[in-house]
Design a protein around this ligand. Sequence first.
Ligand SMILES: Cc1cc2nc3c(=O)[nH]c(=O)nc-3n(C[C@H](O)[C@H](O)[C@H](O)COP(=O)(O)O)c2cc1C
Length: 332
Amino acid sequence: MADMQIDPAGLDPRAVYRLMISVIVPRPIAWVSTVSPDGVPNAAPFSYFQALGGKPPMVMIAVGDRRTGEHKDTRRNIEATGEFVVNMVSEDSGPAMVKCSVDHPYEVSEFEEAGLEAIPSERVGPPRIGQSKVSLECKLDRVLEIAGSGICIGEVVLFHLTDDLLDENGLVDADRLNPLGRLGGSGYSTLRERIAIDATGAVETLTSSKLDLWREFRERSIAMARKLSAEQLADGSGQILRHLAACTAFRVLEWEGRTDEEAACDWDASWTAERIVAELEADRDAFLVACRTAPRDQMWKLDRMIRHEAWHQGQIGMIHRGAFGESDLWRA
Ligand SMILES: Cc1cc2nc3c(=O)[nH]c(=O)nc-3n(C[C@H](O)[C@H](O)[C@H](O)COP(=O)(O)O)c2cc1C
């Protein structure tokens, strides 16, 4: 395999940024709440976020400046008050978190703009975000100036966890927290599958919600297909969308462990009421052929469109493309 080398020294800073955010993935997201000296609450996400140590517990976020060179509100508030709260982001709070990354004027509170519930903190002034299952109340330790960012290091003085989070070993149950990770661009990863790797290198699958993912995707595809007009259904994109819906349905049944023939029967039985499926039944062979032969870029365009739509409706998290696996999706 060719070894592509990129020397950051000769690169445009924007390109370096794009490399950094897509190479170091997935990143946890700190949804940071602060308050201005005038008492205006602020919330913004930061994925340059890490735990630094445990005695005492310390965390850091790296807050870059705005293009104008001004400090972001989060940094201004942290430096002015010495306090902040790190709220963790679960899959269902993804859309609200992203709304908080919009550059609002200093006097505008993201709590109101994004419909966040502000819960008073115990040890610090900034409220915590009610939508989060975990919040860390932090006191500022120091701000380091590194690579054009203010690295805000804070000591966690109080942890808040919802009642149902801890398992019997005292660890936060990852499935219940269901954290969202940041990928490059507008991509996020969710916990769809968890594995354990022991010291010998043996791998065990702990949980897999791939089937749920397929089901969700099937429903989205069908919802989108239903929105298409008759004309659209007749043209190329409509055709592919119908095929997409059918293909995912087919795959769901396969994941459930049926043989192709059984799957096809079940499919007839449960879906005949649906107009779209009736259409598909009429030319099952044709759509399977089309699924196999449709241009890949068109397929991906649709795939992105559907997920984008669902994301905007706040119904699913943005799902990392790799979670589907190109070959999985289209090898009907
Ligand atoms: C998921 C996500 C992660 C982000 N991570 C960072 C980050 O690590 N550092 C940063 O400066 N901006 C980051 N941003 C952008 C800020 O959230 C954005 O600039 C925001 O408007 C800052 O708000 P503020 O001015 O209220 O502090 C991120 C945005 C998103 C959606």
